[in-house]
Design a protein around this ligand. Sequence first.
Ligand code: MG
Length: 375
Amino acid sequence: MLNLQLALYATTTQASRGRKVKEEAPQGRSEFQRDRDRIIHSSAFRRLEYKTQVFVNHEGDLFRTRLTHSIEVAQIGRSIARRLMLNEDLVEAISLAHDLGHTPFGHAGQDALNNCMREHGGFEHNLQSLRVVDVLEERYANFDGLNLCFETREGILKHCSLAQAALLGDVGSRFLNSQRPTLEAQIANLADEIAYNNHDVDDGLRSGLITLEQLSSVRLFSKHLSEVREIYPELAERRVIHETIRRMINTLVNDLIDQTEININSQKLQDVHDVRRAPALVAFSEPVLELNRELKIFLHNNLYRHYRVLRMSAKARRIISELFEIFMEDSRLLPPQFLQAAKLDHARSVADYIAGMTDRYAIREHRRIFAVEEI
Ligand code: MG
């Protein structure tokens, strides 16, 4: 198969630890390409279109959803991987799957569901993404889930507690041995961060929840904004914003590549085993890390805690906790496929049902159950 030249320490399909259920090798595509294709064809992937990133889906057509966010993560991740001669297909698969386990209503939804599940083992979207690809997708004759390669599953599991890791078998072991995942997984993780920090600035400005004036206190933004205004003094604001954000993304991506090359060269890596034993190698330089931190703090204080975002979060908490409570009170209200699973673990199957909902499905389901005039 035609393959771009990969570095010695890239993750190759030949060296993959394989799939839980053995399958014939794919024809005309690599194992990681097959993983990516399975993710794209999954129903959890399609549902990302109607799940909130920061802005709830019905607030406007131009805001990021979990789907467009995941596509942006994959784009940034692939660019970085190609320049570092790492496996683009693996980065793409991990990026497209990384948010599959997200609840409706973004982080407010995840916090609410975690709160409901406190006595029942908790809820964490990252673990749930793995659960989606390992267990919950029901599409194939010979296995539950998508039967993805070990390296894709390991990349999806970005973090987890040691107690959880001990229950997870192969993909949990690196947390117990304090090892790192592949460079491809490390890239997908930071591509996620680059994507959301930058698109949240864009969406925040578009929504009017944050302003250019406020953002002038953020050095990474203001530096590029002045540059754009100097080159294009007459440019319309919408274009100024995009020209600024694309420069921010470029700065972060280029810095990440340069610093990661320095880190890799300091280690004399021979293969992917050396990557696992080395410290985390995909990283920003110190000065850019600081600029990035400043941007994150700004978004945290001004966008994620904006009263309009908080109002939606409060509503989300109510919808999710009320749905959880009523399904726990009477499992017969669950759709049949979840009722079966509820016989084994009632709380977990309620959490699976709620986590799989899109924003609008959760709103409708809440109305169907609680509004007397609905049937
Ligand atoms: Mg994400």
